[in-house]
Design a protein around this ligand. Structure first.
Ligand code: N2P
Length: 348
């Protein structure tokens, strides 16, 4: 009788409940984490991974800055160029390197980087380029130039612009012969005019954040889109007719890296460290890049990737493309100029 009674009392009062399952709240770009990796991590550690996604840096920053994100999420994957800003705004906390032994798997290129000396706050996740995903069947011999967006005389088909301030203005700056990290007000205004012209063109299908542009091209709703290479590659590989392709315009383009950071008031920074270390494991890192279709900053993981991936120019740009790419940098206070021009372009 007693065991039954005890069970009854415990069930009613809730005292029999086991301690709450530890959780890890991750905030990341969409289609950027293999769900199997999260499931394997949970099976190994007992930590449940909750994934929330975003489609633009602007959306992510607003969430961290004004919507309590810095005390809600345990781990965030962001563009490396935002690290100094996040540090300055006190939105992220220093990493405890002692708990991330796998950081040594990273390529030297991603250790002690200029945007985060000593990797105090961040460790690399994936890297890639900005370019054009297009439908070869609809756009025969597409001119490999940003002019197909910015020069009315060269526009060839319908296009989607990317709803990512630095990337879209960066492409226009490069087309105009300037640095994609320019802080010259005249150059930025010129870039803004170019993007506005593209937006107002009859061929424009508007702005899309993150995977939005590639989804429109994949669905046949636009002939091309400004996208990141990994998303492009996913669309290319999923297109049964083999009609899609990716190019980096001849004027040049941007190269970027995304990093993992821990918000200042993360509820479970312990699990965040554990997950960062897990993602930096060689096997897991290889699995991650096979899923995202982006390049791995993890040297140990790269050794486990298929040769076809390492030799794929969309994924790992060959020297002649690399030499045309400009590393995206943070521009400090001058980001206000970008904000002003971008707001103007978006509102008109
Ligand atoms: C993945 C988005 C990659 C992030 N869908 C580009 N910085």
């Amino acid at each position: 009788m007693c065991p039954f009674l005890c069970f009854l009392i415990l069930s009613i009062t809730g005292c029999a409940k086991s301690p709450a399952t530890p959780e890890l709240n991750l905030y990341i770009w969409s289609e950027y984490l293999d769900p199997q990796i999260a499931a394997d991590f949970s099976a190994k550690t007992g930590v449940k991974v909750n994934v929330s996604v975003y489609e633009s840096s602007e959306e992510m920053l607003a969430k961290l800055q004004h919507a309590g994100g810095s005390s809600q999420y345990d781990l965030v994957v962001v563009s490396n160029m935002l690290v100094p800003t996040l540090v300055q705004l006190k939105l992220i906390q220093p990493l405890d390197h002692g708990r991330i032994p796998n950081r040594q798997n990273l390529d030297a290129l991603f250790l002690d980087p200029a945007y985060d000396p000593g990797n105090h706050y961040s460790l690399a996740y994936q890297w890639g380029t900005v370019g054009l995903l297009y439908n070869k069947a609809k756009l025969h011999g597409l001119e490999p130039s940003w002019g197909v967006l910015f020069d009315p005389g060269k526009q060839q088909g319908s296009f989607v612009l990317i709803d990512e301030m630095r990337d879209q203005l960066g492409a226009a700056l490069i087309f105009a012969g300037h640095s994609a990290n320019s802080t010259n007000p005249d150059e930025l205004r010129q870039a803004g005019q170019l993007v506005l012209g593209a937006k107002k063109s009859a061929k424009s299908r508007g702005f899309e954040g993150g995977v939005g542009g590639k989804n429109k091209v994949a669905a046949g709703l636009a002939d091309m889109a400004v996208v990141w290479n990994g998303d492009a590659l996913k669309a290319i590989e999923e297109n049964a007719k083999g009609e899609l392709a990716y190019l980096v315009p001849r004027e040049g383009s941007l190269i970027w890296a995304d990093v993992m950071v821990i918000p200042a008031q993360a509820p479970n920074s312990e699990a965040a460290h554990q997950f960062i270390d897990y993602l930096l494991d060689a096997q897991v890192g290889a699995q991650l890049s096979r899923f995202t279709r982006y390049a791995s900053p993890n040297k140990a993981a790269r050794q486990l990737l298929p040769k076809e991936d390492l030799e794929n120019p969309v994924l790992y740009p060959p020297p002649e493309i690399l030499s045309r790419l400009e590393y995206q940098r943070e521009v400090g206070e001058q980001v206000r100029l970008y904000d002003e021009v971008w707001t103007e372009v978006k509102s008109r």
